[in-house]
Ligand binder design. Structure first.
Ligand SMILES: [Zn+2]
Length: 323
């Protein structure tokens, strides 16, 4: 299928099975329902096609995670634990399988892009992934969906130069861990400054290690930052770095918790920002990455803003791909 007007949403109602009882935890099943209801009611509705993911095979999880963590994750979940390591990382009996499905959505997405999906491909998944480390969960994340998609892209399709661009309000420490010593990859993150925000990494001085020097571009913004500052960084440093790096594929860690109504960060973004980001990302994917771009949901906890943000982002992406 090469119809550029189609928007592919990779999701499944099985993501709801990662249900951590009660609404005191922000990473709730209703997040995806809010997104899907909004998309189905809006002007993009006739363009949507929904695709079910399958669980990622263990060998792809092992491109980033340790065997020890995967065994521990499965074991703790099946033993009936309600969280792993910290109250943030709440689990239920189904969480391991659901997390494998979220990682599998990214893999399915890469296949779709490579097989000529044409229009935007968006993985509406949970649990999110960018804080997950090789050996441990963090910040609601258990498996690093974006890193696993990037490694799959490299190994399955030999697209070695992969860039992950992350506009979630928080720094993706797990993605940084994956890429900081790897000269073939690039991680770009725009996030709330680590002195004020979880997880406390992502200072501008963190640029990579050893052979991976230059593989990280961290752009921290002070609390209160607005759209204008994000777009100035995107049109300046980010565009320059992408032009130099020339990625063969782009993975977008798409988080919507920088919205001014989302109390998970002190950032002050508007919904319109996500349209502008979609437009730029679509344009750069065409200019620098042969049109190969996959977006994967990360954060976003104020449900109406999350749903509107995703819709605006997809409209921005779609305008370019249909353009
Ligand atoms: Zn976040």
């Amino acid at each position: 299928m090469s119809d550029t007007t189609t928007i592919s949403i990779i999701t499944t109602s099985r993501f709801d099975d990662h249900d951590i009882r009660g609404d005191d935890h922000p990473e709730v099943a209703t997040r995806l329902r809010a997104i899907n209801e909004r998309l189905r009611a809006g002007s993009l509705a006739p363009l949507l096609r929904y695709i079910e993911p399958v669980e990622a095979e263990r060998r792809w999880l092992l491109t980033f995670h340790s065997d020890a963590w995967l065994f521990r994750f499965e074991e703790e979940v099946l033993s009936g634990r309600s969280c792993i390591g910290h109250q943030d990382n709440q689990v239920c009996y189904e969480t391991f399988g659901v997390a494998q499905l979220a990682a599998g959505a990214g893999i399915k997405g890469v296949d779709l892009v490579e097989n000529g999906a044409g229009g935007p491909v968006f993985c509406a998944v949970r649990p999110p992934g960018h804080h997950a480390e090789p050996n441990l969960p963090l910040g609601f994340c258990f498996l690093n969906n974006c890193v696993i998609a990037a490694r799959y892209w490299q190994e399955r399709y030999n697209r070695r130069r992969v860039c992950i661009l992350d506009f979630d309000a928080h720094h993706g420490n797990g993605i940084q861990t994956a890429f900081e010593e790897d000269p073939e990859t690039l991680y770009i993150s725009i996030h709330e400054h680590p002195s004020f925000s979880f997880p406390g990494t992502g200072y501008a001085e963190e640029t990579g290690k050893g052979a991976g020097e230059g593989s990280l571009l961290n752009i921290p913004l002070l609390p209160g930052a607005v759209d204008r500052q994000v777009l100035a960084a995107m049109d300046g440093t980010v565009a320059e770095r992408l032009e130099r790096f020339r990625p063969e594929a782009l993975v977008i860690a798409a988080g919507f918790d920088g919205h001014r109504l989302d109390d998970m960060s002190g950032l002050n973004y508007s919904t319109e920002l996500y349209y502008a980001l979609g437009e730029r990302i679509g344009k750069w994917a065409g200019a620098f990455a042969g049109g190969r771009v996959l977006s994967v949901l990360e954060g976003g906890y104020h449900l109406p803003s999350l749903a509107e943000g995703v819709e605006a982002y997809l409209k921005g992406l779609h305008v370019v791909s249909a353009g």
